[in-house]
Design a protein around this ligand. Structure first.
Ligand code: HH2
Length: 279
């Protein structure tokens, strides 16, 4: 297998020899599956340390829920939620920390506090985002979303969702590079559940190899999402088996990084799939 490296800050993450697990740390009162559990900074830091001990390769800290129908949080409030948590985790952990935000101002504060990746579900919609990532030599996740969280699930339509998502991500890779962000710092994500109906999510997962062909690490976030509820009837907190099934398929088809709430379980899933497919 060709070596694929993701440069984040001063480090290189090897995305070819094994699948990486990104642990989710939602410092929010209202995230769709764990809102309020880690809103208290002490609880958030404890959970971040726990996920690192469970084998997370990255910890993704977010201060704004982007669940369907959610309202945007003001930048100052979002920054207050995440900065102290990132500072403490960065001081205690060797695991790279990512900031899940759409706002350049929050990304900048988080990178100052010790984060080395910006996970932007809007793929650089804030006009300053690429510049902030470039200046800090951060890794940058470009995710596809249709519209914004408040309205994205109102009858999403595509002619060919896989082609359209691929073209969007290819364009944003070019835009980021033109703004000075090195290609080796970019990762892409189809944005499961972001402005997509069930059949769109399933098609994107079925054909995830089409995104792998962009030549950058592919991050996927199936964890606890509503497509699992639609297929099985399971509530958000009961969706690990469905999450594991989706992740197994995605990794088998070439995805490099899985964003997950249940790190211990997901590490076991990816080690087994790696053992089978990355021989
Ligand atoms: N999904 C969520 C948030 N951020 N980032 C990327 N790159 N990919 C994803 O699929 C993704 C993401 C939604 O999950 P969660 O953070 O648990 O929920 P909420 O937005 O309600 O906080």
């Amino acid at each position: 297998m060709e070596r694929l490296v993701w440069r984040v800050g001063q480090r290189e993450l090897d995305c070819s020899s094994r699948t990486l697990v990104m642990g989710v740390l939602n410092v929010t009162p209202d995230s769709f599956s764990d809102g309020g559990r880690f809103f208290d900074p002490e609880a958030a830091v404890r959970h971040g340390l726990e996920m690192a001990a469970e084998g997370a390769d990255l910890i993704d800290v977010g201060g704004e829920s982007t669940r369907p129908g959610s309202e945007a949080v003001p930048a100052a409030e979002e920054g207050d939620r995440v900065v102290s948590v990132i500072k403490r985790l960065a001081a205690e952990l060797d695991v790279p920390i990512s900031i899940d935000t759409r706002k350049a101002e929050v990304a900048e504060a988080a990178l100052d506090a010790g984060a080395v990746v910006v996970n932007d579900v809007s793929a650089g919609a804030d006009p300053r985002m690429f510049e902030v990532a470039r200046a800090a030599e951060a890794g940058l996740v470009l995710m596809h979303m249709r519209g914004d969280p408040k309205t994205m699930q109102e009858e999403p339509r595509y002619d060919d969702v896989v082609r359209e998502v691929r073209e969007f991500l290819a364009r944003r890779i070019r835009d980021a590079e033109e703004a000075g962000v090195g290609r080796e710092r970019l990762a892409v994500d189809p944005g499961i559940g972001f402005g997509k109906a069930l059949q769109h999510n399933l098609a994107l997962m079925r054909h995830v190899d089409v995104l792998v062909s962009l030549g950058r690490p592919v991050l996927v976030g199936p964890s606890r999402k509503s497509f699992i509820g639609a297929l099985t009837g399971a509530e958000a907190g009961e969706r690990f088996p469905g999450t594991a099934a989706a992740a197994s398929h995605l990794v088998g088809r070439g995805a490099h990084i899985v964003r997950a709430h249940d790190v211990r379980g997901m590490v076991q899933v990816v080690r087994v799939v790696d053992g089978i497919v990355r021989a």
